[in-house]
Design a protein around this ligand. Sequence first.
Ligand code: UD1
Ligand code: CA
Length: 488
Amino acid sequence: MRTGGQRPSKRGSRDARRSGAARGADAARAASPAPLSVVILAAGEGKRMKSAHPKVLQPLAGRPLLKHVIDTARTLAPAAIQVVYGHGGEGVRSALEVEPVSWTLQAERLGTGHAVLQAMQHIPDGHLVLVLYGDVPLIGRGTIRELLALAGPRRLALLTMKADDPQGYGRIVRSARGLVQRIVEERDATRRELAIHECNTGVLACPAQLLRGWLARVKPDNSAAEYYLTDVIALAVKDRIAVRPLIAPRVSEVLGVNDKAQLAQLEAVWRAQAARELLREGVTLADPARLDVRGEVAHGTDVFIDVNVVLEGKVVLGDRVRLGAGCVIRNSEIGADTEVFPHCVIDGALIGPGCNIGPFARLRPTATLAGSVHIGNFVEVKNSRLGAGSKANHLAYLGDARLGERVNIGAGTIVANYDGANKHATLIEDDVHTGSNSVLVAPITVGAGATIAAGSTVTRAVPAGKLTVARARQATIEGWRRPVKSKK
Ligand code: UD1
Ligand code: CA
């Protein structure tokens, strides 16, 4: 693990100059680190998103931007997470109500320094404070840990980045010896300062007591008339508190989202990262650029994923699972050796081993398939359970049904589970065969080994082991003549 910025030699000389007292305090922190409080700034309006929804709720890889930051913060096991939300941001709070965070309202949007100060009311002096941004969602836990290792009782750690295009960011002003002196916001910068490519990510860590003191001294004497969090850097330097920069190892981690173009850019970063990870773990991808992972994927060995597949939420793929082109799979588990043919939509399903699904099948929440089940084209399964070896190969709807083993559902079979007001259950026992185009009106039980004739509409219990026919009889009318057109 790297512990310093990009200037190890300078760091070394700085360490040599540090007082014995500071070293003692560092040792104390190493022995028992200060509790961590994370502050996440999320009071921004996000006007440039041009959306009716708050910026930090916009989804990235299927999760709100702010949720990404909260999830990452949680991996640090902090004492508390303080989210600062803004006027009109009640929707943010209610959308993420279940999160284990504390909410602080910043009633007036007076700047990043003012925003952090609101959260400081709830943070004890003895804590170490880490500031994160609700619109910088891809910050990695490894980078944060490196940053935290640089902070200490008398040290402020600052995450910076080297940007090809620094436009829009605050610039890091270093001394001739390379020590960070202050941050200048773009709108307040001179031409020389604008030429600096090292930028402020906004992320920093330092002791609560020091931060509180500095924030109280920050004044809105800048062109935006805002309380800048960035002004604490110059105050730290003035107070002879060491400012330790860490240059972010990957710029993509610290990119912010201000508009839909940047949101799409970060989605692409996420997509590429997720695909790379799967490849590294041995999953075969027909094209890593055409896989969307919007959640977590657990998998066995020799899994194959064809192009344009979307995986959302928690997806589990067993050994040798094959996913055909264009499948959308959400919160589902697929057993070993199961093949999903192209263009299936599978949501909340539990699929056993050795099944064949699709093409063009739809499995809806709580669909449960045992082993060796076949679900063919244009078959919809909703809240139903199919026993081992059962098949519904063409054009069928199975809703609220329980099927035994080796059941064969004929083409066009419909389980009519809904009477227009309520849903009812259907039980289809082992080895039943339903003929094509049969309708099973629920609630109903079909006994083991029963056969239902094609075109039947069954409304009462179907006895086991027999053929049940429930349709008009076929008749042929002797001597019948086709009408002929009358002459006018
Ligand atoms: C800020 C930094 C800049 C840095 C950039 C990185 C300051 C003064 N500037 O600029 O140096 O390069 O981030 O992206 O800090 N927010 C609040 N309340 C406020 C103002 C902002 O909660 O009153 C939140 C926003 O929702 C956002 C974050 O703070 O999550 C940053 O605010 P923003 O206005 O985007 O700051 P930048 O101008 O981008
Ligand atoms: Ca910003």
